[in-house]
Design a protein around this ligand. Structure first.
Ligand SMILES: Cc1cc2nc3c(=O)[nH]c(=O)nc-3n(C[C@H](O)[C@H](O)[C@H](O)COP(=O)(O)OP(=O)(O)OC[C@H]3O[C@@H](n4cnc5c(N)ncnc54)[C@H](O)[C@@H]3O)c2cc1C
Length: 471
């Protein structure tokens, strides 16, 4: 309560009333109904109390909000889908530019392009593009925001065929720190254009994205093959060999987890550590079945739920595993230089040691189209890693926070000998060791990113992100 009233006292009330009168959307402060709803993030661990939340209805509201925050010296948080594990979509005592009401999507089927507003979710984009048998490479959980995901790169089931989400950008409408609304595309603002592909929310607020879309679906072939704990290391070694020759149409994962109590999974496996091999083939389902047969025949799985599935079904397959608000999450990542047997053994033991049955460790097969761009082609950085490990510590009770975070950190640390410097910045933990993480991840691109930041946001107004400091 103290913070609530303190937030209001420091703000100039006539100025706040004037701000409200300039908006098409809604201004929500600590004493307004609905305040507790608008300050919630996907991660239930995040409990921040902003002074003001501007629920933007369009780009003009975004401009007004940014100008107000700058003039009054308020910290600024930008909320797209609100999914980032760090909770940077919300801030204490500052102003939240909330785009979650801006979710419009328009597809141009003739040109295979799509424009989506900055608060759209992956599910919004997928539903509209699939009307025309099209898809944009996005992530694998449909409720995630396209904004944070694309600005940080964007890895999903189409990564090896069509690249990262940011590789498919055609243009971006952006409100800069000075409150200007500009269109950024290859011929306009070239440094900014380059920086937005991986440089995160450092350069302004994206009010809409234009993407290239590709023919995908409506049905694809999806593989889901479960191996028990006893075969976990062997299955991972076989998957590693199989993945080395997989065509770009296939993107796969190996997930170390505890088998959930689902009727379609063998009851004797429920609650036990195991590995599940998952893959999607993005072409014709019959060709996908043929191409994924060898993956399904690696050893003797204890369950095989593979089959043709709608692309929309694949895109929302994991949704129920990641409920918003109620669960607590801590996610970190490492790019591996390879997947040697020692790394596999380490990952299998880390999964055994997980204190929560809801946690998992995802090994993403990289390569393919996403890796065929040079380090300097986009701000994103080095794309040469063959695998990315996402350590996903997920649990339910506040009392387990310490154990959940500790397991995530420990597993992350144990992978150091097999890892490249830096990490995937969309799985940033709580940005521990922030400056080194950012410098290592961007590598040779950091200088150009800094220069671009100095030009477009010299006072570092947009700093609640993987921050590129102007100096
Ligand atoms: C359940 C789940 C599944 C995920 N799956 C994947 C996956 O398959 N692939 C993958 O690559 N990542 C995945 N992620 C990570 C995801 O990419 C990041 O969490 C990303 O930040 C989410 O974007 P958001 O808009 O929802 O986040 P928010 O929390 O709203 O925003 C994160 C940051 O992005 C910036 N930002 C947000 N909106 C804007 C905007 N309109 N303009 C400018 N800056 C903005 C801000 O700096 C903000 O702090 C997943 C995350 C979750 C929680």
């Amino acid at each position: 309560m103290e913070t609530r009233s303190a937030s209001l006292v420091v703000l100039d009330q006539p100025a706040v009333s004037e701000l409200a009168s300039q908006l098409r959307g809604q201004l929500v402060g600590p004493t307004d109904p609905g305040y507790d709803d608008v300050r919630r993030c996907w991660n239930g661990m995040i409990d921040k109390r902003p002074a003001l939340v501007v629920r933007c209805a369009g780009p003009s509201d975004v401009r007004v909000a940014v100008e107000f925050a700058r003039k009054h010296g308020l910290p600024v948080a930008v909320r797209g889908g609100g999914h980032n594990v760090s909770g940077n979509a919300i801030c204490d005592g500052g102003l939240v530019v909330d785009l979650s009401g801006m979710r419009g999507v328009r597809v141009d089927p003739a040109n295979r392009t799509v424009r989506a507003e900055g608060g759209a979710t992956i599910g919004d984009l997928d539903r509209e593009t699939q009307v025309f048998g099209l898809a944009v490479p996005m992530g694998v959980v449909s409720e995630t925001g396209i904004a944070g995901l694309t600005l940080g790169g964007g890895l999903g089931w189409l990564r090896r065929r069509y690249g990262l989400s940011c590789d498919n950008l055609l243009s971006v409408d952006l409100v800069t720190a000075s409150g200007e609304l500009i269109t950024v595309e290859p011929g306009q603002h070239p440094d900014l254009w380059w920086a937005l592909a991986g440089g995160g929310g450092n350069f302004g607020v994206v009010t809409s994205f234009e993407f290239r879309a590709h023919p995908v679906g409506p049905e694809v072939y999806f593989a889901f093959v479960l191996h028990p704990r006893e075969r976990a290391a062997a299955a991972l070694r076989q998957w590693r060999e199989w993945a080395a020759d997989a065509p770009d149409e296939i993107s796969s994962f190996a997930v170390l987890w505890r088998v959930p109590e689902l009727p379609e999974l063998p009851p004797e496996q429920h609650g036990r550590p195991a590995v599940v091999l998952l893959a999607m083939h993005s072409g014709d389902p019959a060709a996908g079945e043929e191409a994924l047969r060898p993956l399904r025949e690696l050893g003797t799985p204890v369950a095989d739920l593979s089959g043709p599935m709608s692309y929309l079904g694949v895109q929302s397959f994991f949704d129920e595993d990641y409920p918003p608000h109620v669960m607590r999450y801590y996610w970190k990542s490492r790019y591996l230089t390879g997947l040697p047997d020692e790394a596999i053994d380490q990952l299998v033991s880390a999964n055994d040691a997980s204190p929560s049955p809801r946690s998992n460790i995802d090994i993403w097969q990289l390569g393919g189209a996403m890796s065929r761009r040079s380090v300097q082609a986009t701000a994103f950085g080095d794309r040469s890693a063959p695998f990315l490990v996402g350590v996903e510590s997920n649990w339910e009770l506040p009392a387990d926070d310490e154990a959940g975070v500790a397991w995530g950190r420990e597993t992350f640390a144990q992978l150091a000998p097999f890892s490249m410097a830096g990490g995937y910045l969309n799985f940033p933990g709580f940005y521990e060791d922030h400056d080194r993480l950012v410098a290592d991840t961007f590598g040779p691109n950091l200088g150009r990113l800094r220069a671009t930041k100095r030009r477009y946001d010299p006072s570092n107004l947009f700093r609640l992100n993987h921050n590129i400091r102007p100096s």
